[in-house]
Design a protein around this ligand. Structure first.
Ligand code: GLA
Length: 369
């Protein structure tokens, strides 16, 4: 008797309030999950059902793109674009014994792609959660993976299947987000502390710079390599351990990168204090300082992104900065209650983290006589 099992999961994108390019340096960041995200519905069938592309195959439909993919569950060949994420998550879960039967995947989302709001992390996390829920429905203990485990798996997929050596920022924000809450993440210990995002009428808004970024082909991996090099020169495991005196002795380019990381960690701590104290203008000034540092020391901004930041400030934002990996994407602005949002700016609020929305386990009835 075929048993149909299905699971639906949602994972949000994220906005990083402050703490950019600190995650892979053992530093601090303060992201929050947003309302927009990706929903994945998976259906698997045992027995002779034709769900999926047949035994051991996956059929994936990206509804918003009108595109599809079909590949074997085990050791699928590499692919590019959204297919790389899907194949990577499936392959990693299958390798870990968490996915053993063919399945069909329906993917839909409303995070603009490539805009620095982590549509890719939302896709990875929603996929992993839905597929793991399916495995759990089978009563398979190997289907269990805690949220930190999911974040690591997704980061592995980014690195090995997509070619972007990203940190854990986006996945942790998507997995642990909560309403009206920012997450203070310490990437040295992976401790996550909820920080109330009470803005007293102030608003956070994002504007798309219109410039598309692609981590893999951008300078993201190069920045990571520079930070690793700085650590080697200083003999420390991560830049979190480096002192200002040590950093001052680094060659110029590495010094600039490391100085950004040390300063940005301090800005994250200051932002948490400002939020607790309700000092929004201080938060605005910290956003501005973060952007200047990303532009001048870390060199991951672009003229188009700088112009977008300048436009938000001209329109009365109390602070604005690029968010995400850089080289394009979105800009975040903080607006006082009396100020209208700049044209094109969309308010963002901290929403719930990733979750399973539905699960079903149906036994088909034998045909009636
Ligand atoms: C991207 C990466 C994150 C993080 C940010 C920069 O979003 O995916 O891991 O490094 O860039 O803060």
């Amino acid at each position: 008797m075929p048993v149909e099992r299905s699971a639906t999961a949602f994972a949000p994108g994220r906005v990083n309030l402050i703490g950019e390019h600190t995650d892979y340096n053992g530093g601090l960041a303060l992201p929050f999950a947003i309302a927009e995200g990706v929903t994945v519905r998976v259906r698997a069938a045992a027995g002779r059902s034709s769900i999926g592309g047949g035994e051991g195959r996956i059929v994936a439909n990206a509804r918003d793109l009108g595109e599809a993919d079909e590949f074997p569950l085990r050791d699928p060949p590499p692919a590019s674009g959204w297919r790389a994420y899907v194949r990577g998550i499936v392959a990693e879960l299958a390798r870990g014994g968490c996915l053993e039967v063919g399945a069909s995947l329906e993917i839909a989302g409303d995070v603009p792609r490539g805009s620095g709001l982590s549509s890719s992390a939302a896709l990875e996390v929603a996929l992993a959660l839905a597929l793991l829920e399916l495995a759990a429905g089978r009563g398979d203990a190997r289907g269990e993976l805690d949220r930190m485990g999911i974040a690591r798996l997704c980061a592995r997929v980014e690195s090995e299947w997509v070619g972007a050596q990203t940190g854990l920022l986006d996945q942790l924000a998507s997995l642990y987000g909560a309403r009206e809450t920012a997450l203070l993440i310490d990437f040295q210990t992976l401790a996550i502390e909820a920080v109330p995002l009470r803005l007293d009428g102030w608003r956070l808004a994002v504007v798309d710079s219109g410039e598309r970024h692609a981590h893999a082909s951008s300078g993201y991996n190069e920045r990571r390599a520079e930070c690793r090099r700085a650590c080697e020169v200083l003999g420390v495991r991560s830049l979190r351990e480096a002192t200002r005196e040590q950093v001052a002795r680094l060659p110029e380019r590495l010094r600039a990168r490391a100085q950004h990381v040390l300063d940005e960690n301090e800005r994250v701590s200051a932002a948490v204090v400002a939020l607790h104290a309700g000092e929004m203008p201080v938060l605005g000034a910290l956003l501005n300082a973060s952007h200047a540092s990303l532009r001048d020391l870390y060199e991951v901004s672009t003229p188009t992104v700088d112009a977008t930041v300048a436009r938000l400030l001209d329109r009365g934002a109390a602070g604005a900065r690029m968010i995400g990996g850089g080289f394009g994407g979105s800009v975040l602005g903080l607006f006082a209650p009396s100020r209208a949002l700049a044209p094109g700016a969309r308010e963002v609020r901290a929403g719930c983290g990733a979750r399973v929305l539905a699960r079903k386990r149906r036994f088909d009835r034998p045909p009636s006589r």
